[in-house]
Design a protein around this ligand. Structure first.
Ligand code: ASP
Length: 601
């Protein structure tokens, strides 16, 4: 190797040793006579010193160096002169006095600073990702990712799991997104789908008797991108046979996430362990979300009952059409200015809410003694003092607090209040950003009504088992059937979903039928699953856990792109390689494809 040591590993114990280092010129400082170069490699930084009196050739090389030049340098490790140590650098007590140096490759001036964590435009970062990845935070994120994945592999290996790969070119498996398709050259007009997850294969591996499977698997989903979504993401895909109930999965995964966080992120306290368990219904009721952030309160309250006789037209119209009046209490919110409250109204509109009603309680003493003039609300005249007191009581509001209410269809009210909770918690700094607050959710509904498709769709995926006791409802009231699906959430992010699976053909056929999949279509698309269930399929359950999301939460990054080496933009393109690209007419002909529309480059 060109190097005997890495830059980052040198310490006072190496004093006097002759070392060879190779890396990039991180920073170069000319101190009139002496040149200092901070040399950087994968492991870290070390200061190297070039003295023209001691070695004129090496000094001349240093003199010619610019930022990001690749150099090799030989020299002796020495303690830095007293008073010049750098306590913020692990190698800060020593320096390398260079006797020989050579430029291995010069570098153009990078399009952004490698040495500083300055804001750089996303497209530029992605176009020059290899430079972006040299920056310390990004470099560390990728190294941390490796450590997390290694921890997971070791943990599961110790518990008898076998890692098994499953195909990338395969038949579609539904996870609620569009498929990425790959045309077949050999079979004209036929397509493979890239897997939205290895769901069917891992279940077939259970039928094959592996009992404990996992895979660090790439999942490809063509869907609208957000901070926590990319066209391809990596999952810890896991499946176990002979699971007796949800708790078996919870105990295993709780130990995995808890021990991982303790081992690799000891500076991040875990809010509650064992992780709290709640039903989907409870989570929606308390937080309006199936990925609640439980680091702080701001829990939601329902005002339908209290406002049964309301004279406020906006509320009674919503109530009469089956909607909800829900809201939360902002502690100290009576201090908010008009402008702050107006901003929040604009904020909730992005979730489709039509408005936000505020009601602040002023004055001193208990809420019981509240007087009319102590209620501040743009719509105060529509409410009696008794109604206002009752609303304060429901939400646990005191004087000095403010209620924020939304009246809308349940889905809109919940979405907007979930957003509002998060926004307020950020603005009011209601939580310690270091804390990790995990929680399990279970009893997720089996189906949800799709307004766009006008039919029931799987809330999780069609291989999820219904709760046995809810089976009688499957024909009469499908929306109330609870499934055996569950999630793990942390700090408001969904970290995994999974379920106890169906392992009997008759039940699987029934669920397909409910989803509007005809017997013929079920046989054509999923006949292999139905057939496998007739050859001794054990009861089984598993999870698909987002590795990118886990990393984003653990490293405190706002977007999963920050923990993926080569991510795509929000419009699913890759500025580095230019993908997706057009292809030659020849390739298209071979694939039996005619393109009817081309987006200009
Ligand atoms: N296949 C599911 C998903 O990707 C996870 C699971 O049910 O195991 O969300």
């Amino acid at each position: 190797m060109l190097k005997t040591h890495s830059c980052g590993e040198l310490r006072p114990k190496h004093e006097g040793e002759t070392v060879s280092l190779a890396g990039w010129v991180h920073r170069r400082r000319d101190h009139g006579g002496l040149i200092f170069i901070d040399l950087r490699d994968h492991d870290g930084l070390v200061q190297s010193v070039f003295n023209p009196q001691e070695n004129a050739d090496a000094y001349a090389v240093a003199d010619s160096c610019r930022g990001e030049y690749v150099v090799v340098a030989k020299g002796t490790v020495a303690r830095r002169p007293e008073g010049t140590e750098n306590a913020s650098l692990p190698t800060g007590e020593i320096e390398v006095r260079v006797s020989e140096a050579q430029v291995l490759n010069p570098a153009k001036t990078p399009p952004f600073y490698i040495t500083e964590e300055t804001e750089v435009e996303e497209l530029l970062r992605l176009k020059y990702r290899y430079l972006d990845l040299r920056r310390e935070t990004m470099h560390q994120n990728i190294v941390t990712r490796h450590r997390v994945v290694k921890f997971i592999r070791d943990f599961l290996n110790e518990r008898g799991f076998t890692e098994i790969e499953t195909p990338l070119l395969t038949a579609p498996t539904p996870e609620g997104a569009r498929d990425y398709l790959v045309p077949s050259r050999v079979h004209a007009g036929h397509f493979y789908a890239l897997p939205q997850s290895p769901q069917q294969f891992k279940q077939l591996l259970m039928v094959a008797g592996f009992e404990r499977y996992f895979q660090i698997a790439r999942c490809l989903r063509d869907e609208d991108l957000r901070a926590d979504r990319q066209p391809e993401h990596t999952q810890l895909d896991l499946e176990m046979s002979f699971v007796s109930d949800e708790e078996d999965i919870f105990r295993l995964t709780e130990e995995l996430y808890y021990s991982l966080a303790q081992a690799l992120f000891p500076q991040r306290p875990i809010r509650e362990h064992p992780f709290p368990r709640m039903t989907y219904e409870e989570s929606m009721r308390r937080f309006g979300s199936d990925k609640p952030d439980v680091r702080y309160g701001l829990e939601l309250s329902d005002f339908n009952e209290a406002l049964r006789d309301t004279e406020f037209a906006v509320f009674w119209q919503v109530l009469a059409s089956g909607g909800l009046v829900r809201g939360l209490c902002v502690p100290g919110g009576a201090e908010f200015s008009r402008k702050q409250t107006d901003d929040l109204t604009t904020f909730v509109q992005q979730f489709g809410a039509k408005g936000l009603v505020s009601m602040a309680f002023l004055g001193e003493g208990s809420i019981g003694s509240l007087a009319e003039e102590e209620i501040r609300s743009p719509v105060a005249k529509y409410f009696t003092v008794e109604q206002a007191k009752e609303m304060a009581r429901i939400a646990g509001a005191k004087r000095g607090d403010m209620l924020l209410l939304i009246a809308d269809r349940p889905s809109v009210a919940n979405r907007a209040l979930d957003g509002l909770r998060r926004e307020l918690a950020d603005r009011l700094q209601l939580y310690d950003p270091n804390i990790l607050a995990f929680a399990f959710l279970k009893d997720v509904p089996l189906f949800e009504w799709s307004e766009t498709e006008n039919r029931w769709v799987s809330m999780h995926h069609p291989f999820t088992s219904p709760r046995e006791e809810d089976l009688p409802l499957i024909d009469s009231d499908p929306g109330r059937v609870r499934s055996r699906a569950y999630d793990l959430v942390c700090n408001g992010w969904e970290l995994f979903s999974g379920s106890i699976r169906i392992h009997r053909r008759d039940l699987q056929e029934k669920v397909f039928a409910m989803l509007g999949i005809s017997a013929e279509e079920a046989r054509r698309k999923f006949g292999h699953m139905l057939e496998a269930f007739e050859y001794g399929a054990p009861p089984h359950a598993g999870i698909g856990a987002g590795i990118d999301r886990l990393l984003a939460v653990l490293t405190g990054q706002p977007d999963i792109r920050e923990v993926i080496a080569f991510p795509k933009t929000k419009s699913a393109s890759e500025p580095l390689t230019g993908a997706p690209t057009t292809v030659s007419p020849e390739q298209l002909r071979e694939l039996h494809i005619a393109v009817t529309e081309i987006e200009p480059d």
